[in-house]
Design a protein. Sequence first.
Lengths: 304, 351, 234
Amino acid sequence: MAPETIEPTAPPLRAPSPTPTYRPLHALPPPFTSSNLEVLTQGAEALVYRSVFLTPHTPCVVKYRPPKPYRHPVLDRRLTKARLLAEARVLVRCKRDGVDVPRVLGADWEAGWLVLEWVEGRTVRGVLDGWAERGASVEEGVVGLMGRVGRAVGRLHGIGVVHGDLTTSNLMVRQGERKEEGVQGEQSKGRMTTSEMRMLAEDGETPSFPSVEAKRQEQRDELEGDIVLIDFGLASHSTQNLQDEDRAVDLYVLERAFAATHPKAEPLFQKVLSAYGESFKGARAVLKKLEDVRLRGRKRSMLG
Amino acid sequence: MIALGLEGSANKIGIGIISHTPTKPPVILANLRHTYNSPPGEGFLPKDTALHHRAWVVRLIKQAIRQAKITISDLDCICYTKGPGMGAPLQSVALAARTCALLWNKPLVGVNHCVGHIEMGRSITGAENPVVLYVSGGNTQVIAYSANRYRIFGETLDIAIGNCIDRFARTLMIPNDPFPGYNVEQLAKKGKNFIELPYAVKGMDASFSGILAAADVLAKGLDESLPDEKRLKTEEGELVTKEDLCFSLQETIYAMLVEITERAMAHVGSKQVLVVGGVGSNERLQQMMGMMARDRGGSVFATDERFCIDNGIMIAHAGLLEFQTGVTTELKDSTCTQRFRTDEVYVGWRE
Amino acid sequence: MAPSSPPQDTTSTPPRPQETATSQPPSQSPPAHIHTLTLPHYPTHPIHLALFRSVTNAPTLRSQLLSSNPLFDYAFLDATVLLSPTHLLLAAQLALHAHLTGKGKTRTPHSELVFRLHPNNNIGEAYRKFGMGDESREVLVVKFGGLGEAVAAEWVGKHLGEVVEGESVRMGEDMEEVAMFADVAKVRKIYKLGEGGAKGKGKKGTDVNGDGKARDELKGMESVILGMMALKGS
């Protein structure tokens, strides 16, 4: 009587032990093989190291895309080369058209490394975290920051480049002089950065802590500084047929990054969008498209 | 506490009975399922699928109760899939749930299908706070838990991964029994030539529709009645086979899934990944995911087909978790919905 | 650049300059100033630089290069097309990396250096644009060390002092002298950069003082050139 395809009762639940894990160290290809480099991040795509390039006192970022063992080697080589070159070419294109991005200093697309200029500063994510910790007040500094973020993204889109992974971690606030719109920011020279203090502390020395006023100034400065767009690993460029759709998805990803990591920063995103809307011809159309993308993204038909 | 779960959002009807005892792992008392298969080259239609579910639901519930060795009075609640899914099959099962609830005077709990998969996966594997890859015929999502919601970090920009595989299989006239993905997987094991297919990842999102368009073109080149020079060949001049295409499809789309999962892991700083949903039973996907997780110093958790594939137990389990926080679904609200996002559910049972 | 670190190959026996060359300078001419550096990640490959102005015997030197005289295993560059020390250093880095990884497009690291400066893959054109020409008066000579036979900076200085008829320019630590003869317009033309190097689209440039703007522009132009060089052949 029992239907034959009915499966038997399952045994009681028990947790199988997950596969044992280890973390292999990636051997860097030449010329970085013997260098003792400091790993900054292990992104999904690339290992990012800090090193020096051309002179012993020129810091740089080495972005290494190790082979992905899970990927078919043909696919892996194709993706590594295509992405490394796409990233580098877009960066050069940005430089050419006056968008603030890191310089490309060297590349070996067979070996999978790219050397980029070191940008001194903090990510917008880090800056916003600090701002949120201090109470997230909607002050001039943070509103100004949002405006600069919007204009930076607008300028990028204006030259036909779509970032492809526009999170708050991929926007940096460059430390030091601010050039945009001729506003001279405070030079942060002479003040210690937190990393310098940490290094001192690790050396067993007592860092001289800045005064409260200096600290406040530093927090204000943190909100100042030019916006530098980084990590163009998924970027694309096209002069023709650049779909507003792609630009809108950039904004949507950024909006989601704001929402996901900074609940207090979400309302501020309006400031980003309004600055973006003024930034280039066609920006309005992208904002219109963003409404569609939001709807589709949030309410996409999902069948079980 | 004991719950009965009814699932029927797609072509499977599943009935499960689960028992929760405080401080002990849940015990599965019954887990039954029956699948509606359409002929090769065809998908399952909502109307026929609903008919199938209606024909099986009573038989399965009776057998589950018998197998669990419980009486109706032991049941604390009836849980059913509220959505997302196909309208007609969802309705047929919701109707059965309502009927049981009224007949036996039990409270109802409407469950989000995706949350069911996630909770079942967590419970079975013991993964505490993983990034979840939910991959099935209708869904492709990368999810991470944050502040009482399962937040969607990445998802498909067009069709679901399972849908892509099913339609790819249909193009190549691969049978639907036991399910297309299984047959594609078996063929892929025999494939050896990698044929380039569109690879489309945008941040943590992915797009699969381009692959179908490419598959249509490639499949034409497999036709044995074509003159030799028109048939699809590799760079080395070898004839491309159906197996090669299945292999290339798997290598491409699973690499995309692993990549967006890895991006989400890097983004939220997690080292664990849990794969749920029907496509999660694919061994190659599990293997690839394992290699990625290992490279990040983490681990992958996957369930076998009893739990990966839609089942009633996961609905009973997630429903009972919700029921224990005091949530029930009133009869007037016991509707179902084709669209029901994972992040709409308030996850009151987690910290 | 780390003046203390470059290995001095003092044990090597310097080969004697050829006696037969027609216009050898008198052997008592003072040695040229040599600036020796090593690039990060290439500690065993010192690079020797010598900068000259008012060079009068470029044609003679070129004939030695063209006849592949083994004593003239140098890169003789036209110093008017070197935009900055970074410009030169990147070319040196790319040349050395290509040479050491077997990916070089030319025979020696010296010819590779000339090639790597050029925006496209035409080697002859690279020599015409970046190599010393018959009319060149400002010349930068580059010698790669650490490749096979040991080369002492001392010997390089002595040899170049003898063969180059011109005024040796002493270089400082920051090597700014590399760019002292730069003809920016000429460089811009070679790399086919429109006015302004980086086009500076969207930059209002309202206030910044003139100097700063020119400097920013030059930096932008340099950025683009470095990128083009790094991506050549891709």
